[in-house]
Write a protein that binds this ligand. Sequence first.
Ligand code: GDD
Ligand code: MN
Length: 373
Amino acid sequence: MDIRLKNVCFVLPTYNEAANIETTISNIHRIGNTLNKYKIFILVVDDNSPDGTQKVVKRLIKKYKNLEMITGHKQGLGNAYKRGFEFALTYLKADIVFQMDSDGQHDARLIPRFLNYIEQGFDLIIGSRFVQGGSTPDFSLWRKFLSKLGNLLVRYVGGVSSIKDCTSGYRCIKADFLKRENIRSLSTTGYSFQSELLCELNAQGAKTVEIPIIFNQRVSGESKLSLKDQIEFLLNIPRLGFRNYQDFIRYSLVGCSGVFINMGIYFLLTRYVGLSQYLSPIISIECAVLSNFFLNNFWTFQGRNLKESLIMKMIKFHSIAGLSGLTNYVIFLSLLVGFSTNDLIANLIGIAVGAVLNYLINSNWTWRKFDQS
Ligand code: GDD
Ligand code: MN
């Protein structure tokens, strides 16, 4: 019988949280004391906060046992988590790791619920703002919009469409999934680390569940989410989807074959069947889309997402074709009108972005590899 207590480590990143960190730590402790199957560790990862966070934590270290702190220069939230995970695994021998904000926005009373799911065999439990019962009462309309949009992109491009909250900072993770080489391979440094980590855990096949959280008001101070973080987030989206470049090569070959089919059928219809130039493209385009669809289904992504019907995939494929066509057009127009780009170059850039988007969503949604539900 395994009687060793499981080590649970809370990794708390801090940047200027002198006013909040004590309450956060004492809340975790209070709940931790009620759990008898676990040994609780708290690890503060402070990036030399100028507000004296470290002074507060040093005082608390004398009061609480199993409270640790590591420090460094400010290099973003993602970097802080990477260092924190490494320390938790190497020195604290963590079996289970929590990610949590240090500003009181995450309710420590939910900790037993997270652990309950670990006991049921889940590997990743996400405190989710976007499932039934979850909410973000304090978010401005703008922040809500950004968060929703960001989540949509991560879900459908990153191959995690069944997960509603991909950027949440309140999570419980089985440490086996945080081995050093996996974590080091994550390249994001800021807030987008959250979404990259999620996609990595999903790719490893972590059994995942979301539990509702109310993302409370910050107790004191303000959010550190910067414009730089938001830009990194956007730039990182394509990387979340590109796990396999061989698929992309096949997909591109199929795309090229579609051009020939489109042209060939257009030629036949106008030159031999005598159909008008206005009607013929509608037929030739649809033939190319269908041929692309079948080639991708039975060749490029063969054997993937077999649970879903062919018709459903076909509908998705068509709607994504529409979306990338629209993207192509919007990019073309904005380059042409906004930046006076040469029209051919503007269209080429539009086509390239549209094609990549098309690939990313199809390979991670229409023909996704993993399904958690
Ligand atoms: N060490 C370190 N270094 N800590 C940081 C840094 C950094 O560069 N930037 C932020 N933090 C700490 C903060 O002190 C806080 O404890 C926690 O990370 C979250 O930062 P906030 O600034 O409070 O983030 P938020 O409330 O806007 O964002 C929350 O929601 C996001 C999704 O909307 C966080 O939970 C994010 O992780 C989450 O992605
Ligand atoms: Mn916060």
